[in-house]
Each structure stands twice: as C-alpha cells, then as structure tokens.
Design a protein around this ligand. Structure first.
Ligand SMILES: [Zn+2]
Length: 119
C-alpha cells in the first residue's frame, strides 16, 4: 500500500484541509481563522493534545517565500522596476500565500497529532 493509499494519511489530509475535527469530522476545529476550539462541539474531543503553534507558520512561510524569491528576482532582472513594484506585487503574494496556507497546515498538524496520539 502506497503512502497515498494509506487511509490514516488520507484521513489526516482531509480533516486538515477542511479544518474538521479529526475524531468525528462533524464540526470545525477552528474558532475563527487560526484559533483552535478548546473542545469539539460535536463529539467533545479535547484539543489540548495539539501543540501546533509555530510549526505551520514556519512551513507556510518557507513554502511561500521560496518560489516568491524567484518571482521577485525574475521581476527585478526582467523589468528592473522601481521598489514600489515589489511592494505591490511581491508583498501581497507573500501575505496571501502565508494566510491561505497557514490554516490547512495547522489543520494537518493537529490531525496528525491526533492520529499519532490515538495510535
Ligand atoms: Zn469531533
């Protein structure tokens, strides 16, 4: 069985991507954008097992910043633009990339911690 066919991994990916409770899937694990609920309102799962504070931000930043560096260098080399072009183009991409990827990353970390804890 390959990694993708692993039901445990699929469960983690699905729960994390949708931000659902990894135990029952019946309610969101988030209260707001990135704050975890203390307990699942559907099944009462205690989220105190989750320690996903710094990891997701780091991963999201790396994954977003890496390609962005190439985009910024490409813009610089190709168009040699004034600094404000970078401010208008690069910074929004970075901000959107970070905010957009933080939540699934945090969800994946929480879900994988739950599955590993339960195992
Ligand atoms: Zn639940």
């Amino acid at each position: 069985m390959g990694l993708i066919g692993n039901p445990r991994l699929r469960h983690i990916l699905a729960a994390g991507w949708h931000g659902r409770c990894p135990a029952c899937g019946g309610a969101s694990m988030f209260d707001g954008w990135l704050t975890l609920v203390p307990r699942c309102p559907a099944c009462g799962l205690d989220y105190s097992f989750a320690h996903a504070d710094d990891g997701p931000a780091f991963f999201a930043l790396c994954i977003t910043a890496f390609p962005l560096t190439f985009v910024a260098v490409w813009i610089e080399v190709t168009f040699a633009p004034p600094w404000w072009v970078h401010a208008l183009v690069s910074l929004p991409i970075l901000a959107i990339g970070c905010l957009g990827s933080l939540r699934p990353f945090k969800g994946w970390l929480v879900a994988s911690q739950y599955v590993n804890e339960a195992a």
